[in-house]
Design a protein around this ligand. Structure first.
Ligand code: TYM
Length: 336
């Protein structure tokens, strides 16, 4: 909490083309807080380098992710939108928090286990301490709520443990953040393997619907989505493919599962898949139009990121100063 105002913080890695999972599980929920909260939404480029990136692509995707934030409805006048590496306090606090995080805690992170299996040739220390940088992102802004998809819940829980440990020793330092996980869209699954999360790093582009896919591509991908040998559109255990499509359709149309079951009673999967594709394409179209305009204006995006970094730095500096004082660091007289 910053004074009387509650704070929302979240971030997205510019490590690939963003998917409808990123949109439905996270970005679309960011704007729910724009009016009543002080909101910080960050493009987390420092997190992205835990996996090797091509420099030109990382740079391009950083602009693209920022443009998508705005195109998805985040007004830069109401939200602080910025790039993580522009505010050096993130990595500085991360070092301090490393000293308050246990090896065992980090070893239990499922994302570390998954990523170290996937990138067995590059199990670097950054991949291991990734959640500490994430804790630092969140705690720097005295965050109350962290809107995320369910895959990030374990990391926010670790952040709470770190905050609690620090506060036990140095009372009153950090606000305790709450993960906010939307009921719908918290885990959008792969279209090819519906027991697996839809991921921007999936090598099979047909498994993933990107926010920027055009209408024909979206419809084609949904048509090919893996379902089951049943023909009835209903939400049930074991029908992972259909459950996933129902959840996507529900997110884009606000229809309940009962309404969807009624709508497609007596109709086959083909009709249903087409309807999901059309609803998805219709919802993404205005975002894509706005995105194209924004991306063509690099100077504007640079202005947004500069303003965002300035606003974020102001708050980050204050928290880091407080932390250093509590720890017993000598604060140079030029900083007081
Ligand atoms: P990232 O970049 O993997 O994903 C960004 C957000 O999208 C959500 N998400 C999904 N939600 C539903 N279904 C899916 N298939 C799906 N795929 C991704 C993620 O849960 C996330 O909310 N570590 C974070 C970035 C981060 C962060 C933070 C988040 C860095 N610092 C501080 C919150 C607070 C990440 O890798 O997200």
């Amino acid at each position: 909490m910053l004074g009387e105002t509650k704070v929302s913080f979240s971030g997205v890695q510019p490590s690939g083309n963003l998917t409808i999972g990123n949109y439905l599980g996270a970005i679309r929920n960011f704007s729910l807080y724009s009016e009543a909260y002080k909101c910080f939404y960050c493009v987390v480029d420092s997190h992205a380098i835990t996996v090797r990136q091509v420099p030109a692509e990382l740079r391009r995707r950083t602009y693209e992710t920022l443009a998508l934030y705005i195109a998805c409805g985040l007004d830069p006048q109401k939200n602080t939108l910025y790039v993580q590496s522009h505010v050096h306090e993130h990595t500085e606090l991360a070092w301090i928090l490393n000293c308050f995080t246990m090896f065992g805690e980090l070893s239990r992170m499922t994302q570390f286990k998954d990523k170290s299996t996937k990138h067995a040739d590059n199990i670097n220390a950054g991949l291991f301490t990734y959640p500490v940088l994430m804790a630092s992102d969140i705690l720097l802004y005295q965050t109350d709520v962290v809107p995320i998809g369910i895959d990030q819940k374990q990391h926010v829980e670790l952040c709470r443990n770190i905050a609690d440990r620090f506060n036990q020793i140095y009372p009153g330092t950090f606000t305790m953040p709450e993960p906010i996980i939307a009921k719908d869209g918290k885990k959008i699954m792969s279209l090819a393997e519906p027991t697996k999360k839809m991921s921007k790093s999936d090598e099979n582009a047909n498994a993933v619907v990107y926010i920027l896919d055009d209408k024909d591509t979206i419809i084609r991908k949904f048509k090919r989505a893996v379902t089951d040998s049943d023909t009835c559109v209903r939400f049930a255990e074991g029908k992972d493919g259909i459950n996933n499509l129902m959840s996507i359709y529900s997110c884009f149309t606000q229809k309940t599962y009962e309404e969807i079951e009624r709508e497609f009673e007596g109709r086959g999967y083909g009709d249903f898949k087409l309807a999901v594709g059309e609803a998805c394409a219709a919802a993404l179209e205005p975002i894509q139009k706005e995105y194209a305009k924004l991306l063509a204006d690099k100077a504007y995006l640079e202005q947004v990121m500069a303003k965002g970094a300035e606003e974020a730095s102001y708050v980050a500096r204050r928290t880091l100063g407080k932390v250093k004082k509590k720890l017993g660091f000598v604060i140079p007289s030029s900083h007081t």
